[in-house]
Design a protein around this ligand. Structure first.
Ligand code: PEP
Ligand code: MN
Length: 264
């Protein structure tokens, strides 16, 4: 179901009335790694609505390497997301880690994200196949493209056709960057499948000064959108501080992507 059967058929995934993945316009998703408090999300939405970004991100359930690290605000974070979403009229994307979180997240998020660590959580994928809500599927930390496409297939084959793929870097031997952004995969996935493909350069490189050039390269490679982490006070981010852009830098990046998007 995921593979391209008609060369010029591309699936459109609608996020809100005026935001669609896979249509001609680039969809930019911005926001912090984690929802931390109301003021943080207000500041993000206030500034990014004019950038403009098309959607906000923010995790309330966080898959952290250490069980002692901040695990997300949970239900309290959902209330914050919900308020910001309606006040600024911006669609919201947030991560779902377990099947039982689907029910509480679905009313507040316009799209549910499956993180890299859960790309092959087949029961979760099957459950997401049964809801009527777009799913952002991130590539596993060391997943082959076949494994990635087959993970999408689990969602599609259970009845949900609204799947967007996200390349977010894969593990390699060099830890200078957090991961290695696989732009070849973006091009290949666009050819192999009819699904929209977006890129998350933040988790790929893990260093804020490397994010903007890779974001531009992703757009040049035909990505349908970008997901970028940013924060009102990047150094104070409770998670992924090193890769977070300031809101001013995020606005500048969005501006600088325009000519690249037009040229592609
Ligand atoms: C995220 O986007 O918040 C995240 C945890 O990313 P990944 O699953 O790609 O590591
Ligand atoms: Mn993060």
């Amino acid at each position: 179901l995921a593979t391209q059967s008609h060369p010029n058929h591309n699936t459109l995934v609608k996020l809100s009335d005026n935001v669609t993945f896979g249509a001609r316009e680039l969809v930019i998703i911005g926001g912090p790694c984690a929802v931390e408090n109301r003021r943080q999300m207000e500041l993000v939405a206030q500034q990014l609505q004019h950038a403009p970004v098309q959607a906000l991100r923010g995790g309330v359930f966080k898959p952290r390497t250490s069980p002692y690290s901040f695990q997300g605000l949970g239900v309290e974070g959902l209330e914050i997301l919900s308020e910001v979403r309606s006040r600024y009229n911006l669609p919201v994307i947030t991560e779902v880690m377990t099947i039982d979180q689907i029910e509480s997240l679905a009313p507040h998020g316009d799209m549910l994200q499956v993180g890299s660590r859960n790309m092959q959580n087949f029961d979760l994928l099957k459950a997401l196949g049964q809801i009527d809500k777009p799913v952002l599927l991130k590539r596993g930390l060391a997943a082959t493209l076949e494994e990635f496409v087959m993970a999408a297939e689990y969602i599609l084959s259970h009845g949900n056709s609204q799947v967007v793929l996200c390349e977010r870097g894969i593990r390699s031997f060099d830890n200078f960057t957090r991961n290695v952004l696989d732009l070849g995969a973006v091009v290949a996935l666009k050819q192999l499948t009819h699904l929209p493909v977006i890129v998350d350069p933040s988790h790929a490189v893990g260093k804020r000064e490397l994010v903007a050039p890779l974001a531009k390269a992703a757009v040049a490679c035909g990505a349908d959108g970008l997901m970028i982490e940013c924060h009102p006070e990047p150094e104070k981010s409770v998670s992924d501080a090193r890769q977070a852009l300031s809101l001013d830098d995020m606005v500048d990046l969005v501006e600088s992507l325009r000519p690249v998007a037009v040229a592609v």
